[in-house]
Design a binder for this molecule. Structure first.
Ligand code: SF4
Ligand code: SF4
Length: 440
């Protein structure tokens, strides 16, 4: 049968999901020290409410949101605050963190549970805001903002992104298998908030067991349609997903809400269930630890603020052949130069890759083959954008829509000349966004 997918571009890199897809989610023990970042979304960092010596319980609010695009931060453990420090973030910059020394006994300080059937949409949105939930699909946007569209945007569709199209990552897959009921419960809460009677879950067809289980758990009410999609990267990009599932095109510079849709990730739906039904704030990251450089690949539930090196230690450490540590998947993730980097709410994976797993090809001059252009699902011109960025010609790059690049890495993956296209484009995009902010 011909599977639905997006039109134009895309690639099919080796999946490497066999390393972890059979491994159920495990809770990682609490580490000896946590460094909980105040910056958990792409907006402003939260404002700390604790200081050195404060006693906190698991779930205690330790920092409040600072503005609309900002999220609350809660303590992932019971213990004592030892200070406010500085630590590297996943992208290499320094950030403020709340340092917490866990105590022997652990106590909960969760929010009161809410009965989703009797709660109003407003109460449910407020709970999601209080719980500090961010999108789990990569961008880490505050979830309560995404489900509160302006009045003039009429939303008629909710699409759950269950593609997990990045190679190696299997944490969404395990959430679908290990927490199916809670995932479906979270989707129905989101539907209630948006006033929708129906929604869709888009999932790549390389996950037949998850498709079967989701269909079985969703039941026969017909409010939830599970839609298998062709396995093709970047099928999980919002624009690609909406094209495949709803056959709607999001114009350049526009958002899903401009075509009447909201997209949420599977992990976000589970976090919504936890916050509403159990009163649990967003204090844990569900992530895959994989790659041929790690001794014991795993799918883990990790307290936010745990250092990458503690996660790696829990997974048996690294092999001698390990060459690079990435946070996220191999296509969109970022290489780490510090193993002290703490896990954040949106961390989806930690990969330890060997030399063989990394493309070490030496960069050569552009061959003008056009493969990067054909592969770009957003119809951009990666080769020109990267060149303009390299030359510092940001005005021109802006006119060629560099800011719409979703940094999926497909162009760099396809390039036979090993040009770090996405890295140059990312730099150029940041420069153009800075210019636009300064102008405004
Ligand atoms: S990284 Fe940007 S330019 Fe490259 S393929 Fe993806 S969307 Fe296109
Ligand atoms: S894929 Fe690489 S070599 Fe081919 S046109 Fe694009 S930048 Fe040049």
């Amino acid at each position: 049968m011909r599977r639905k997918t997006f039109t134009g571009g895309g690639v099919h890199p080796p999946e490497y999901k066999e390393l972890t897809e059979h491994l159920a989610l495990e809770a990682m023990p609490i580490p000896e020290q946590l460094a909980v970042p105040l910056s958990q979304c792409l907006g402003r960092p939260a404002k700390p409410l604790v200081k050195k010596g404060s006693e906190v319980k698991t779930g205690t609010l330790i920092a409040e949101a600072d503005g609309y695009i900002s999220v609350a931060v809660h303590s992932p453990v019971t213990g004592r605050v030892t200070g406010i420090g500085r630590e590297h973030s996943g992208n290499g910059s320094l950030q403020d963190v709340v340092l917490i020394q866990p105590s022997e006994s652990q106590e909960r300080d969760y929010l009161p549970p809410i009965e989703p059937e009797s709660a109003s949409a407003g109460e449910l949105i407020e709970r999601i805001r209080q719980a500090g939930i961010v999108g789990q699909g990569g961008a880490a946007f505050p979830t309560y903002v995404k489900i509160s569209p302006p009045r003039d945007k009429k939303i008629d569709s909710l699409v759950i992104n269950a593609c997990e199209c990045e190679p190696y990552l299997t944490r969404d897959y395990r959430l679908m298998l290990d927490r199916t009921f809670d995932l479906i419960s979270g989707v129905r809460i989101l539907m209630k908030i948006l006033g929708l009677r129906k929604s869709s879950i888009g999932i790549e067809d390389n996950k037949p067991e998850a498709i079967r289980k989701l269909r079985e758990t969703a039941g026969t009410d017909g409010d939830l349609e599970i839609i298998p999609l062709k396995t093709k990267y970047p099928q999980g990009g919002e624009k690609m997903l909406l094209k495949a599932v709803l056959d709607r095109e999001v114009p350049q510079g526009k958002l899903p809400m401009d075509v009447g849709a909201v997209v949420q990730n599977t992990g976000t739906a589970v976090a919504v269930h936890d916050a509403v039904v159990n009163g649990e704030p967003a204090i844990k990251a569900v992530l895959t630890v994989s790659g041929r450089g790690i001794r014991k690949p795993r799918n883990l539930v990790v307290p936010v603020g745990t250092a990458i090196r503690d996660v790696i230690r829990f997974c048996g450490g690294i092999h001698e052949t390990a060459a690079r540590i990435l946070v996220g998947g191999p296509m969109m993730g970022t290489a780490q130069h510090s193993a002290r980097t703490p896990v954040v709410k949106a961390t989806s994976g930690i990969l330890v890759l060997t030399k063989e797993e990394i493309s070490w090809g030496r960069e050569t001059a552009c061959l003008k083959c056009g493969r990067c252009v054909s592969a770009c699902a957003l119809n951009l011109m990666p080769t020109r954008l990267a060149r303009l960025s390299r030359l510092g010609r940001f005005e021109e790059a802006g006119k060629l829509n560099i800011t719409t690049c979703m940094e999926c890495g497909t162009c760099a993956y396809e390039c036979p000349a090993h040009i770090p296209l996405v890295q140059w484009i990312r730099l150029g995009k940041q420069a153009v966004l800075r210019m636009q902010r300064n102008r405004n």
